[in-house]
Design a binder for this molecule. Sequence first.
Ligand SMILES: [Fe+2]
Ligand SMILES: [Fe+2]
Length: 190
Amino acid sequence: MIGMLENLETRQGLPVEMQTLLRDYPRDAWPDHPNFAASIQNWLGAHVMFGRLADIVEKDTQTQLDRNSDLRDYVGRLGHFGNLLVANLHGHHTWEDRNYFPELSRADPRFDGGLQMLEADHEVLDAGLQRLTEHANRTIQLATLDPKQVREQAALVLQDVRDVKTYLGRHLPDEEDLIVPILLHHKMRG
Ligand SMILES: [Fe+2]
Ligand SMILES: [Fe+2]
């Protein structure tokens, strides 16, 4: 059971009781640490990419709602970048749940509560991605079937992608603050 302090939509950062290793391995010191492996850098890079894809979908949709882009171009880009965002992000956290978190738990079971919190975040994120997918697909269909109705659906896409950005803005830094110190401390993924 996830309480208010651990809930993605209400918490203010990594809960203090999960910061045991973060105090010894603060974020500023990660890049220069000898155990900061390329695979850790790549994982952090994937997080940056999700933010960029969400930014593209948000900006494109806002531009369309402001009537400053061609509808065909917009839905083409929405299909492309929306799909990249949803597919890559869903694949990323499915891999974390099935492979990465169990590996971390075996290395240091002290943080199992934190990993469970992050898994619960993934469920909230998945629900947001599901809404985004439905509204984006409907927007793309309406561009052909009934263009006058596109605006209403695109407004929902804008809200959905903003929700996803809000979730990512809390989930990703907390996930990194929990996990990178474990990786450095146990010299993992080198
Ligand atoms: Fe992640
Ligand atoms: Fe995650």
